[in-house]
Design a protein around this ligand. Structure first.
Ligand SMILES: Nc1ncnc2c1ncn2[C@@H]1O[C@H](COP(=O)(O)OP(=O)(O)OP(=O)(O)O)[C@@H](O)[C@H]1O
Ligand SMILES: [Mg+2]
Length: 318
C-alpha cells in the first residue's frame, strides 16, 4: 500500500459565495465541452458504468496514481454550496483522461445463496461525483461496501489508485479506510456526547494526531461547511441539516481520496437535502476527491456528474 501523501492543513476561511472564485478548469486541463457555453446545461447521465479504461498496475509500495498535478488544486477559498449550484457542471470530458481514483472490476458478492452483486464494473475519477441508483434490495449498499473495503468481494478486484484493496487484510483495509476514504451515512452517526469539533477530530486522533492539531483541523473544516459557530455544540443541539454537515466535515477532514455516502439526504427534507448534497459534492470534488453517493433521489443524482443504476446486482441501462 502506498504511503499517504502529506495532507494540507485546512484553512479556517469562510466559504466563498462567488462562483468565480472556484479554481478554474483551464482549457489546458480540461477542454471545455460545447455545452459549457449554454445557460442550462445538462449533466450527461450515461446509461452504463464505464469499465476502467486503464488497468491499474500494482506497485510495490509505490505512490498512488492519483494525478495530483492534473485536477484542480484546492485554493484558500473553499467553494460554497450556492457557488456549486451555480457553476457550470463538469462533464465526463473533464474526467475521462484521468486514471480512476477508484475502480471495481467484475465484482461478485454473495450473501449465502443471495446474490448481492452479479458482476459489476465501475470506476470513478478524481473530482468526479458518481450516483448509484436502483430499486431497494438490488445491491447499491453492497456495491458501496465492497468498493470501500468494508466487504470483500467473492470475485473481482477493487483498486484505490494503484492499490488493490480486496486483497488486503482486515486490518490493512481498516487503516486504508481511515486514512484515504471518507464516509457519510444517512443517520450522521455522530457521537452524541461529543461537541461537533471533537466528532470531526476523532478520526484524526484515532490515527495518532495530537488532540490540539486534530481539533484545529476539525474547526477549520467545520468553518468550510459553514459551521464555524457551531463547533462547540453537541449533535442534539444541531438541526438535521447541520448535523449532516458535521458528518460531511468528519468525512473530509482527513483529505480522503474518495468519499462514500449512502442515502446522505434520506433523513432530510428536500431543500435541506439539496443543500447538503451540494455541499458534499462541492467540497469533496473541490479538493480533488471522488464521491460515490447511493441514493433513491433523482434530485441528488442530478447534482452528481454521472449516474449508474444497479438492478439485480448488475449495472443496468438507466
Ligand atoms: N448482511 C446480509 N446478509 C444477507 N443478505 C444481505 C445482507 N446484506 C444485504 N443482503 C441482501 O443483498 C441484496 C442487496 O442488498 P443491498 O443492501 O445491497 O441493497 P440496496 O440496493 O442497498 O437496498 P436499499 O435501497 O433498500 O438500501 C438484498 O437482497 C439483501 O437482502
Ligand atoms: Mg442500501
Amino acid at each position: 500500500m502506498s504511503t499517504p501523501t502529506p495532507r494540507p492543513t485546512p484553512t479556517a476561511q469562510p466559504l466563498a459565495h462567488n462562483p468565480s472564485t472556484r479554481p478554474p478548469h483551464t482549457p489546458t486541463q480540461y477542454p471545455a465541452p460545447p455545452h459549457h457555453q449554454t445557460p442550462t446545461p445538462q449533466y450527461p447521465l450515461p446509461a452504463q458504468s464505464p469499465v476502467p479504461t486503464q488497468n491499474p498496475v500494482p506497485t510495490q509500495g509505490g505512490a498512488s496514481s492519483a494525478p495530483t498535478a492534473q485536477y484542480p488544486v484546492p485554493t484558500q477559498q473553499p467553494v460554497s454550496a450556492q457557488a456549486v449550484a451555480q457553476r457550470p457542471p463538469h462533464t465526463q470530458h473533464e474526467f475521462q483522461h484521468l486514471p480512476a481514483a477508484l475502480s471495481g472490476r467484475g465484482l461478485v458478492k454473495y450473501y449465502g445463496d443471495v446474490v448481492g452483486l452479479a458482476g459489476v464494473d465501475v470506476a470513478v475519477r478524481p473530482g468526479e461525483a458518481l450516483a448509484v441508483m436502483g430499486p431497494s434490495g438490488n445491491g447499491k449498499t453492497t456495491l458501496l461496501h465492497v468498493l470501500a473495503g468494508i466487504l470483500v468481494p467473492d470475485q473481482g478486484e477493487v483498486w484505490l489508485g494503484n492499490d488493490r484493496v480486496d486483497q488486503l487484510s482486515d486490518g490493512q483495509r481498516t487503516v486504508l479506510r481511515r486514512r484515504r476514504l471518507g464516509f457519510v451515512f444517512q443517520d450522521n452517526q455522530l457521537l452524541a456526547e461529543l461537541p461537533a469539533d471533537e466528532n470531526v477530530a476523532l478520526p484524526l486522533m484515532v490515527d495518532g494526531m495530537s488532540r490540539r492539531e486534530a481539533v484545529g483541523r476539525a474547526r477549520a473544516t467545520l468553518a468550510q461547511v459553514g459551521l464555524a459557530n457551531e463547533a462547540g455544540r453537541r449533535p442534539g443541539e444541531l438541526s438535521g441539516g447541520q448535523a449532516q454537515r458535521v458528518a460531511i466535515a468528519r468525512a473530509l477532514v482527513g483529505e480522503p481520496q474518495v468519499v462514500f455516502a449512502d442515502e446522505p439526504t434520506g433523513a432530510l427534507d428536500a431543500a435541506t437535502g439539496g443543500q447538503v448534497i451540494d455541499l458534499l459534492v462541492g467540497a469533496a470534488t473541490h479538493r480533488g476527491a471522488a464521491v460515490v453517493v447511493v441514493t433513491h433521489d433523482d434530485a441528488v443524482a442530478a447534482r452528481c456528474h454521472r449516474v449508474v443504476r444497479i438492478v439485480d446486482g448488475r449495472v443496468s441501462e438507466r
